[in-house]
Design a protein around this ligand. Structure first.
Ligand SMILES: [Zn+2]
Length: 414
């Protein structure tokens, strides 16, 4: 890209040199226009090593969903992605830098009003094997790194306080960061006043704006699913999505998910919930995407479930959601997977235009020609304008720390 800019400017300089007119210098780097009150920005941070989604709500409330660091295992075997923008810092430290940069100028500058975890896998919370030693009784990786450097006012996860959903043994089975995470939350609640809450399936506005909510009454967050339960569609009721022995369920099935609504704009994010059975997994009831998408209904933007991996983005789910834009958070060469991408662009599943976004280009080779359906890879930002009547997509360069805009869509009216 830079090479092309150089060519462009060499040519532009030649034109200027031959012309008597004095031209204003062109601006090479365009930044994301600053957040303003009334905007809702949802940043899908491209780290190459897991999920981290920063939302700045219409009154400036800050909200971080997941702060993953899946470590180097995939990368060492040629299946993972490099750390973005580079490996001079840990993934958690890059998330901290991003949060500080984009919350500056908001009423919650440099702080997180909420941080929450969809589930307990390393690519969503951090991995002890790759953690940096800390001085407060817990190692620093993913969410523990972020919470060590950025004040978190309230932390929400699926199993606080007893971590026994569905049982203690099953809850901790794939929760490798448990010991450090528990030490982290104990320290932060005692010393820094961090509040803890359990994610409540079916709740409306467990995540409520903290600065000026009455100014933006058309905003809400509905908790759609979590711990194998789904919202019933009325009140704050919920019901179980499985009948089998809980020991067969995997951690992805316990993922928590929400739909954020702002005016007519709707955004789906359900962590890693699966959409079909898969031989690698024991459960025979993994079609959770179907009931959750049924109760949610159509959305504007969908964060792909489980990074668009083999067992997600089912036909039923796409039919129910009909997203106009889909975003894959990619840390693996098969995130998203080709069958899923083929389905995402299939006009027979649901008609109409849709755009595809991805945080890294790791899957370029595996996807082949299908990769051309994606916009340039990077930090994917959804911006919803005042009152939720208009929205726009931006992609920011994830290979540098200047966050230059490398793609922006037209502004769409809802
Ligand atoms: Zn994941």
């Amino acid at each position: 890209m830079k090479y092309l800019y150089c060519l462009f400017f060499a040519a532009a300089a030649a034109v200027v040199a031959c012309s008597s007119k004095v031209e204003e210098p062109e601006t090479v780097h365009e930044s994301l226009p600053d957040w303003q009150e009334g905007y809702m920005d949802i940043h899908h941070i491209a780290t190459g090593r897991g999920d981290a989604i920063l939302a700045i709500l219409p009154d400036g409330t800050t909200w971080l969903q997941d702060a993953g660091d899946c470590g180097t295992d995939w990368y060492k075997t040629g299946q993972g992605c490099a750390v973005l923008p580079n490996s001079s810092k840990s993934v958690g430290e890059w998330i901290v830098e991003y949060v500080k940069h984009f919350t500056a100028g908001t009423p919650s500058a440099g702080e997180l009003d909420y941080a929450w975890l969809t589930h307990f896998h390393g690519d969503h919370i951090g991995t002890p094997g790759n953690a940096i030693p800390g001085s407060k009784g817990y190692k620093l990786t993913g969410i523990t790194m972020v919470g060590d450097k950025v004040k978190i006012h309230k932390m929400v996860d699926r199993a606080w306080p007893d971590y026994d959903i569905p049982t203690e043994e099953l809850c901790k089975r794939e929760f490798y960061l448990y010991t450090d995470y528990k030490a982290f939350t104990d320290y932060q609640t005692k010393i820094n006043g961090m509040e803890m809450e359990k994610f409540e399936v079916g709740a409306l506005n467990q995540f409520k704006m903290v600065h000026n909510p009455s100014a933006w009454p058309d905003f809400s967050v509905r908790n759609l699913c979590g711990n194998g339960y789904v919202w019933t569609g009325s009140g704050s009721g919920y019901e179980k999505m499985y009948t089998e022995n809980p020991s067969l369920l995997d951690e992805n099935m316990y993922s928590c998910g929400v739909v954020i609504q702002y005016g007519k704009f709707r955004y789906w994010n359900c962590g890693d919930i699966p959409g079909c059975n898969w031989p690698d997994y024991a459960s025979q009831e993994r079609t959770f995407e179907t009931p959750v998408s049924e109760v949610c209904g159509p959305v504007t933007v969908m964060k792909l479930d489980h990074h668009g991996t083999f067992d997600t983005t089912s036909e039923e789910c796409l039919k129910n959601l009909q997203p106009e834009a889909m975003i894959a958070l990619s840390s693996h060469i098969r995130q998203p997977y080709k069958d899923q991408v083929a389905r995402m662009i299939d006009q027979t599943i649901y008609p109409g235009e849709r755009e595809l976004y991805v945080t890294t280009d790791c899957s370029r080779n595996e996807l082949g020609d299908l990769f051309s359906h994606f916009k340039p890879a990077g930090h994917v930002v959804v911006r919803v304008y005042e009152g939720g009547t208009k929205w726009q997509m931006f992609v920011l360069d994830a290979t540098t720390t200047t966050y230059d805009v490398i793609y922006k869509s037209d502004i769409r009216t809802l």
